[in-house]
Write a protein that binds this ligand. Structure first.
Ligand code: PEP
Ligand code: MG
Length: 877
């Protein structure tokens, strides 16, 4: 089989599609050669050889033979020989994996120089200084990247030399000095490695090739692969290429460029170059490079050719390219072309421009924009030029950046907001009572909690930047400060958070605003044309619903009604309902809640008119609506101390009793969901009445309203059967009262493993399914969703799990259970509508999965809606 691929004028074996085998660089060079673009000839040793070499640390006869043949060919083509004392062939050796990968060995230049051949080079170019400059660079690069000697060891000798000769810059060193340095560098190698710097170019080449392959397993490369989910088994290719020189005077130079602006996407050639310089000088920042536009004035012919080549490359690859070039004495050579990395803004502009130019179609444009790009574009972000002092990292629970003064209570956040002050709310964890404060703050930090903790869910729902589970923070409320990794941050000190990375930063960082511009709108429109997966939103108030609709939501997939119970004017009625000793007094309290609930539904139905609205009946355990036991105890002590005689003491005692009686060891597995509805049917009665009255009234106004009433936490078919009957009875009753017929549905959440497993039974009683993957993950893993930050990061570090399963759906466990639910459900009702409304509904990998397993829609928080639209389209392409 073929292990070595040649490239060059007239003789090129590879092509762009062989990227897996030739690596990105090798495939790009081959393709350019095929296009007739000037590329210095060379050859690529395949990734396959790397994999074999790394297994056994040796090469087969066949590989060695093919490399030998390629060298011969290269020598013939250049009419020069490696190591020739008269006129040596010099080559560069560079790595090139499938995807560009920092951390691996990068480049060795000028390989082939020896004590003898350096004389030939000097003679040939009639420039002794140039020849020895190349030689000393080569020896130090070889020592550094091939032999692993600290570069500092060479660098310090250069410094010594400059001091000795009393000169400032490397360029002031003459031929004699450079020759002397080359000698000393060889001495360093002898000293460090115990052997002489190799004087046989073929040995040099073999050592360099081995080093490239070995560098695949550098710790840095391994870490990079882990972080970027790159397969360890791919290996890297090696490119051996004829040297060309940008440091041969004023008609020579070297540069890097992008065919368009990678930061804005603007259709304008963008890059930098240096006259009379070698490749690494541009990157190393020794001299400040010039803007590419001015190259036209200096070497016009080469510049014009470069511009033409860029056009050709774009037309061919149909994407923005990132290129490297060298001009040697007026002649242009291309050294690399690859797809250019881009910012979020540029990705969107490039994609829409290229459709307008006829370069790509809409499907391709939609795949060119990534979910992360939209995420970044929709939230204010930290100015990339800002200086940051990151003092802690938590979980990136809700993206975007926020700046404000530290406050420790929801009330403080609200008070400050009234004064027009921006705050960051810092809490151990948040509870529903903090919602007002969260809304008033710019952003939220919690010490405890995971990706689906209260703060995270609410934060994402509000589009509020949020860092949760930041365990390094310890709050000292008494002194009004928090400590974090040796820093003390006082109340009202400024902090900045980045909810996209989980960073907490001390001080006030400049932010850049978000916007959905025309280009992004276009991309999303195309996504809508392409996708078949529906996108709904999780929203529980008219403002969020309206916002989500503007962002493209096609209905509500989850309205959590408990959030409606927390309004300031409602809490008393809610508490009265909970404190009620019998059904009658409970009904009385519920009656007070009815008009308020109805008002909520009127608002939500109006903003979603014409679209389905899934409303989930009350789910959380009742104790969540009562104050904390400690808080109550403190109040009681206070009242007793003040000798209160107004009867308040008894009242508080009663509440304490109720709190104690409602206390559960495992509330998330306790008296919640449909269990509440079955034990206190009057609560669901009130909610259904509110829903149906609102729906009837708006229908009478001529609106089209489609309520979908959803029962939470069903595990047994009878739970659903009983609740459904009760719901339908009330719905029919209200419709009869109002004289209106409404097309309503009653369905259930599938959020317990048992529900999925008996989904054929459950489907008999359900008009739709909605997978609640938060609870389904919690109950499948047995991981408490509110406590995962204690161990999930440790599990990830230890490689026990890859992702937080509350952030990225666990396809092999939870996903498998979902598949059972889907197939069993559809075995009874083939057209049963199914969606997902857990937090995974807005996470790209999970959205792909939702499409693959045949769900009809995903539902996510409003700000994730555009992302879901995009990813839903990408899943079908
Ligand atoms: C779920 O469990 O996935 C769900 C959407 O409901 P909640 O997060 O309100 O428990
Ligand atoms: Mg749930």
């Amino acid at each position: 089989s073929k292990f070595v691929y040649f490239f060059g004028k007239d003789v090129t074996d590879g092509k762009a599609s062989m990227r897996d085998l030739l690596g990105g660089k090798g495939a790009g060079l081959a393709e350019m050669a095929n296009l007739g673009i000037p590329v210095p000839p060379g050859f690529t040793i395949t990734t396959e050889v790397c994999v074999l070499y790394l297994e056994g640390k040796k090469y087969s006869e066949e590989v060695l033979k093919q490399v030998e043949e390629a060298i011969d060919k290269l020598e013939t083509l250049n009419n020069k020989k490696l190591g020739d004392p008269e006129d040596p062939l010099l080559v560069s050796v560079r790595s090139g994996a499938r995807v560009s990968m920092p951390g691996m060995m990068d480049t060795v230049l000028n390989l082939g120089l020896t004590d003898k051949s350096v004389l030939g080079l000097a003679n040939k170019v009639n420039d002794e200084r140039f020849a020895y400059d190349c030689y000393r660079r080569f020896i130090s690069m070889f020592g550094d990247v091939v032999l692993g000697i600290d570069f500092e060891k060479f660098e310090s000798l250069i410094e010594d030399k400059k001091k000795e000769l009393k000169v400032e810059s490397d360029t002031d060193l003459d031929a004699k000095a450079l020759k002397d340095l080359a000698e000393r560098f060889k001495g360093v190698i002898k000293l460090e490695k115990g052997f002489e710097f190799p004087q046989d170019p073929k040995v040099q080449l073999q050592m360099a090739i081995d080093a490239v392959f070995d560098s695949w397993n550098n710790p840095r490369a391994i870490t990079y692969r882990k972080l970027n989910e790159i397969d360890d088994s791919w290996g890297t290719a090696v490119n051996v290429q004829t040297m060309v020189y940008g440091n041969r005077g004023n008609t020579s130079g070297t540069g890097v460029a992008f065919t368009r602006n990678p930061s804005t996407g603007e259709r304008k050639f963008f890059g930098e170059y240096l006259i009379n310089a070698q490749g690494e000088d541009v990157v190393a920042g020794i001299r400040t490079p010039d803007f590419i536009d001015t190259l036209g004035n200096k070497i016009p012919e080469a510049y014009n050719q470069l511009v033409d080549i860029c056009k050709k490359l774009e037309a061919h690859f149909k994407d923005m390219q990132d290129i490297e070039f060298t001009i040697q004495e007026g002649k242009l050579y291309m050294l690399q072309t690859r797809t250019g990395k881009r910012t979020a803004a540029a990705a969107v502009k490039l994609a829409t421009d290229m459709v307008a130019e006829g370069l790509i179609d809409k499907e391709t444009a939609v795949t060119r924009v990534k979910a992360e790009h939209i995420d970044l574009l929709l939230h204010p972000r930290i100015d990339p030029n800002a200086k940051l002092e990151v003092v802690a990292k938590g979980l990136p629970a809700s993206p975007g950046a926020a700046v404000g003064k530290v406050v420790f209570t929801a009330e403080a956040a609200e008070e400050m907001a009234e004064k027009g002050e921006k705050t960051i709310l810092v809490r151990t964890e948040t509870s529903p009572e903090d919602i007002g404060g969260m809304a008033a703050a710019q952003g939220v930090i919690t010490v405890r909690g995971g990706m689906t903790s209260h703060a995270a869910v609410v934060g994402r729902g509000m589009g509020k930047p949020c860092v949760v589970g930041c365990g390094d923070i310890s709050i000292d409320t008494k002194s009004g400060l928090f400590m974090v990794n040796g820093h003390t941050v006082k109340e009202h000190d400024y902090v900045t958070i980045d909810g996209s990375t989980g960073s907490v930063i001390i001080g006030k960082v400049e932010l850049i605003d978000a916007e959905i511009n025309e280009d992004l709108k276009k991309i999303l429109q195309w996504a809508d044309e392409i996708r078949t997966l529906g996108v709904r939103t999780n929203a529980d108030n008219p403002a969020d619903a309206g916002l989500a609709r503007e962002l493209g939501a096609e209905g509500i997939g989850l309205c959590r009604t408990e959030h409606m119970f927390f309004g300031e004017e409602r809490i008393p009625a809610v508490r009265e309902m909970i404190m009620a000793e019998d059904e009658k007094s409970r009904r009385k309290a519920l009656k007070k809640l009815l008009p308020m609930q109805k008002e909520d539904f009127l608002g939500i139905f109006r903003s979603m008119e014409g679209l389905p609205v899934t409303i989930r009946l009350l789910d959380p355990p009742l104790h969540e609506f009562l104050p904390d036991k400690e808080e109550l105890d403190a109040k009681l002590r206070e009242l007793e101390a003040s000798g209160d005689s107004s009867g308040k003491i008894n009242e508080v005692k009663k509440v304490i009793q109720r709190v104690v009686s409602l206390k559960e060891i495992n509330p998330m597995l306790g008296h919640r969901g449909c269990r509440l509805g079955i034990t206190y049917p009057e609560i669901y009665d009130m909610q259904v009445r509110a829903i149906m009255e609102a729906a009837c009234e708006l229908t009478n106004e001529g609106m089209k309203i489609t309520p979908e009433i959803m029962i939470p936490l069903v595990g047994l078919v009878k739970e659903l059967a009983i609740t459904r009957e009760e719901v339908c009875k009330m719905a029919e009753k209200v419709m009869a009262e109002k004289g209106v017929k409404i097309d309503y549905k009653v369905g259930t959440m599938i959020e317990l493993p048992r529900a999925a497993i008996v989904a054929d039974q459950i489907a008999q009683e359900a008009d739709f399914f909605s997978f609640g993957t938060n609870d389904l993950t919690q109950t499948t893993f047995g991981f408490s969703r509110d406590d995962v930050s204690k161990f999930v990061p440790i599990y990830q570090k230890a490689g026990i799990i890859e992702h937080d399963p509350f952030a990225v759906l666990d396809q092999e466990g939870v996903g498998e259970i979902m598949k059972i639910g889907i197939s069993k459900g559809r075995s009874v009702k083939p057209d049963l509508k199914m969606g997902i409304c857990g937090e995974h509904g807005g996470e790209p990998r999970s959205i792909h999965f939702a499409y693959d397993i045949g769900l009809n829609y995903v539902s996510c928080s409003p700000y994730r809606v555009p992302i879901a639209r995009l990813v839903a389209a990408q899943s079908t392409i």
